[in-house]
Design a protein around this ligand. Structure first.
Ligand SMILES: *Cc1c(COP(=O)(O)O)cnc(C)c1O
Ligand SMILES: [Zn+2]
Length: 409
């Protein structure tokens, strides 16, 4: 059973029955799932959620999936950690890290893909596919393997090696394309038009997008059924940023939490920061760019949800910030050295952007702040390889003691 009742066009409001479709036939606007919130409010309680599994599926009443088919790989309900050390350094008493790097394929993408894979099985697709900036394809390949679907992933050929291996291992067909993500995405749309495939972030996009809402529910539940004052969220397409906000609002609308006044801040790296540029210019649309950034998981030059992210920034009094390219690795190291958490480039962007937000006075001392760490550092080791400086010694006790003394001096 699901409370999802239709697909609604965000442009003109046209309604469609639930189906694998992402674009309005009248105005070409993006489609989004709409729900029967009155029925949800009667049905959903804190107790009902608390008695669910320790995964994102404890929130299945908020998702467009009939629960019997849910493909639960153990995604979600990841740790929310009080970041005492990093907080002290930044002057924040109530800083939390949402560590979503510990999902089954080590990024938050398991949330949207978990919803999509479940829905692809309901629609009886046999082929599961995606276009990816890196983390998505690992998740799609893993879920495809678990669901017994034929899986094909399309990606820009310049991705990090660990991300390519981390998708190939699951037995998917990998197609590396000599082009940018935005070129790969256009080709993906063409492939989706001509094949009966469930393409996760194209014809299945309305379902995919909903999975990220679970990060919003989870953070509020983990804070004792209270929304945070600030969220700092990395953005590629902008979908995650808008859906965490949708999740918090839904929780308020069905009466699980009150007074959501969360400020939704958005983080990008300078080499691909079209949403930040639009925000700074006060523009209502995003000008596409050609990405040139070390943060490849965020390298989308023409962000599909960019305009909705701008709306969320305005509605929540959030700020969009870009960190410098050299600050990406610095952010990764800072989080590792203070909190013992190794994140990938997107997390480096979040930590360095958080630092800027504090410096600009946007986030203050005791305000409850959640920084979203969305991917694992072992996926992008090349970015911080300069930290690898072992002490090299002969295999004798004296050599070790001498080398340690020399290193300490
Ligand atoms: C995909 C991705 C993002 C951005 O997600 P969008 O919803 O496209 O904005 C952030 N962090 C990581 C690690 C990702 O893989
Ligand atoms: Zn429309």
């Amino acid at each position: 059973m699901t409370f999802a009742k239709s697909l609604a066009c965000r442009g003109c409001g046209e309604q469609y029955p639930i189906q694998p479709l992402n674009v309005c036939e009248f105005c070409f606007g993006p489609l989004e799932i709409s729900y029967d919130y009155d029925a949800m409010a009667r049905h959903i309680t804190r107790e009902r959620i608390e008695s669910g599994p320790p995964t994102m599926w404890r929130y299945h009443d908020f998702l467009p999936v009939n629960d019997a088919s849910a493909l639960d790989m153990g995604t979600g309900f990841t740790p929310l950690i009080k970041a005492e050390n990093l907080g002290r350094m930044l002057g924040l008493e109530n800083l939390y890290i949402k560590n979503d790097a510990v999902n089954p394929t080590y990024s938050f993408k398991d949330r949207p893909v978990g919803v999509t894979a479940s829905k692809a099985l309901e629609f009886e697709f046999e082929t599961f596919a995606c276009v990816s900036t890196g983390n998505l394809m690992g998740s799609v390949a893993a879920h495809g393997a678990k669901a017994g679907l034929d899986t094909k992933v399309f990606f820009p050929a310049n991705l990090e090696r660990s991300k390519i291996v981390g998708a190939a291992i699951y037995g998917a067909t990998l197609v590396a394309i000599d082009g940018t993500y935005d070129q790969v995405n256009r080709l993906g749309s063409e492939l989706a038009d001509n094949h009966h495939w469930a393409v996760v972030n194209i014809n299945m996009r309305p379902f995919y997008a909903e999975g990220s809402k679970t990060l919003g529910y989870e953070v509020a539940e983990q804070l004792g059924w209270k929304p945070p004052q600030h969220c700092v969220v990395p953005a590629a397409s902008g979908e995650l940023h808008t859906k965490i906000w949708k999740g918090l609002q839904e929780m308020q609308d069905v009466g699980l939490i009150d007074n959501v006044r969360t400020q939704m801040h958005l983080a990008q790296a300078e080499g691909c920061s079209p949403i930040v540029t639009a925000f700074e210019n006060g523009a209502s649309a995003v000008q596409p760019v050609i990405p040139d950034t070390i943060a490849k998981s965020l390298a989308i030059g023409n962000p599909a949800a960019g305009i909705f992210s701008l709306e969320v920034l305005e509605e929540t009094n959030g700020t969009a910030v870009a960190c410098l390219e050299e600050e990406v690795a610095e952010g990764i190291k800072l989080l590792a050295e203070t909190e013992g958490l190794f994140t990938e480039t997107a997390g480096g962007v979040v930590i360095s952007s958080l630092k800027r937000l504090v410096k600009q006075g946007k986030i203050k001392g005791d305000e409850v702040t959640v920084a979203f760490i969305t991917g694992n550092g072992l996926k992008t080791p090349e970015v911080v390889e300069d930290v690898v400086q072992p002490i090299h010694t002969d295999a004798t006790y004296e050599s070790i003691v001498d080398s340690l003394a020399a290193a300490a001096a």
